[in-house]
Design a protein around this ligand. Sequence first.
Ligand code: HEC
Length: 120
Amino acid sequence: MRLLNFWNSLGITALFAFVLILALGSAARTEGPVTSKPDPERGLEVAERVCTNCHLVSDRQTNAVADVPGFAAIARQPDQSEGAIMARIILPKHPMPVIPITKSELEDVAAYIMSLRSTE
Ligand code: HEC
């Protein structure tokens, strides 16, 4: 009887350990992109998806709305920074609408726009 109980509890412990490993494993996987540094390449992809309706986001784009500042011009503004760019996306001035993107997409886009400043 005692021996049976021992094996039984061992089985449960093993099951717990297994579940814990699974939980930790998936937590580690979902953490990756969230904690990673802003990625300008990904920012360009996001911008090409949601900003090109109005802004000229890169050289490979041929059409944009007149009077909307291009990303290169935004990047070149004196005292421009990632923070200022993110603020203008979170709280846009009319007629720019609020664009539904995630926080990490926002950081990536700001990093992409600032990358245009250094290459000019
Ligand atoms: C529906 C058109 C539209 C879309 C889509 C749009 N914008 Fe804009 N955006 C504008 C207009 C118009 C302005 C100029 C508003 C102003 O400051 O007078 C502007 C201004 C800005 C500014 C501030 C520029 C400055 O001079 O300081 C930033 C930064 C910006 N947009 C980033 C973005 C990003 C990044 C996206 C995509 C995630 C985006 N916009 C999508 C229309 C748009």
